[in-house]
Design a protein around this ligand. Structure first.
Ligand SMILES: [Zn+2]
Ligand SMILES: [Zn+2]
Length: 333
């Protein structure tokens, strides 16, 4: 637990077994108790870590009156149901993320089956799909569905003690991702939207999801225009220089785009083919070097690149034997 600003405390919640190691929850002092932003997996070690760290401030679970969820991912929202059972907290979440949870995750087996089908349709080899079922059960353990008390929209404002926070809708990492902006103190709680040095994952996980990478790039420019001194991200350390980081992420995207286009120069390929020739992680590892779940994420991330390029008319997509192929416009002989 660290006080990163007066009355704003960073709480490290363990993500045991994940390369991310932990998620940063932020505990903010309000007039009638405390506000917690993001809450970790629904696992006992997370709840214990939360209780131990807030106890250092003399705070108990029951003192948390508001829970704000930046997005529905299980490391941010998983514990919400358990926490609300133990407190009187009101939960806030963007309308679109709740819609997604309700529509897509209520039947978890079906959601996993749909993802499997989508990966298959994008050329994913069967060996990467075999442990899907196990992964599904594993993930469900870290999740308890909980409806928000309030579904919020872009620009939603709420008071936290002497300060005011404003929700900034930043679709891309998820459709209903929000950052929280304290304009007076020039602070942005950035969730998973802007991280440093990690580049946030932007995936296309099912058909008809539109163009999440296009949304993400637009959302990056949107927060890049805010007057911000300190960024409080959900992973990694707090940092300064939001506009510098936004610029880096946009440049990183341009490099990635060039690599994707280059991989398609000679022949049409599936998303899985493209992913297998791109370098991954900051260490530029090959796809085969990654764990199975990371390989799947690399493929869905590649789909988001391909679809972003397609939305700008640079690629064409066609189906062959039930598998989607992409090719550069003008490259077909
Ligand atoms: Zn996330
Ligand atoms: Zn996260």
């Amino acid at each position: 637990m660290t006080e990163v600003l007066p009355d704003v405390h960073l709480i490290r919640l363990p993500l045991t077994g994940s390369p991310l190691k932990w998620i940063n929850g932020y505990l903010l002092k309000a007039d009638d108790g405390w506000v917690l932003v993001d809450c970790g997996w629904d696992l006992p070690d997370v709840l214990e870590a939360l209780q131990a760290q807030i106890a250092e401030l003399g705070v108990q679970l029951g003192d948390i009156r508001t829970l704000v969820i930046t997005h529905y991912h299980t490391d941010h929202y998983g514990l919400a149901g358990t926490l609300i059972g133990l407190t009187r907290a009101r939960m806030l979440m963007h309308r679109l993320d709740w819609l997604f949870v309700e529509d897509e995750l209520a039947d978890f087996d079906a959601a996993i089956e749909r993802l499997d089908q989508w990966l298959r349709q994008n050329g994913t080899p069967p060996e990467l799909l075999e442990d899907e079922q196990r992964r599904g059960v594993e993930m469900f353990r870290r999740y308890k569905l909980q409806a928000p008390d309030e579904q919020i929209e872009d620009g939603h404002r709420f008071r936290v003690g002497r300060h005011e926070l404003q929700a900034v809708w930043t679709p891309g990492h998820t459709a209903g991702h929000i950052c929280l902006y304290d304009a007076e103190r020039r602070v942005l709680l950035s969730g998973d939207h802007v991280l440093d040095p990690i580049s946030p994952n932007v995936s296309l996980n099912r058909p008809n999801q539109g163009n999440p990478l296009g949304d993400y790039l637009q959302s990056l420019r949107k927060v890049g225009e805010l007057d911000v001194d300190l960024v409080l991200p959900a992973h990694g350390e707090p940092f300064r220089g939001l506009s510098r980081r936004v610029r880096e992420l946009l440049e990183h995207h341009d490099e990635r785009e060039a690599e994707v286009l280059d991989s398609l120069t000679r022949a049409a390929r599936t998303a899985a083919d493209v992913a297998s020739v791109l370098p991954w992680t900051r260490r530029r590892r090959t796809l085969a070097d990654l764990a199975a779940n990371q390989q799947r994420m690399a493929i869905t991330e590649t789909i988001s690149h391909l679809e972003e390029l397609r939305s700008r008319g640079m690629l064409r997509r066609y189906e062959h034997d039930g598998v989607l192929h992409y090719e550069r416009v003008g490259s077909r002989q």
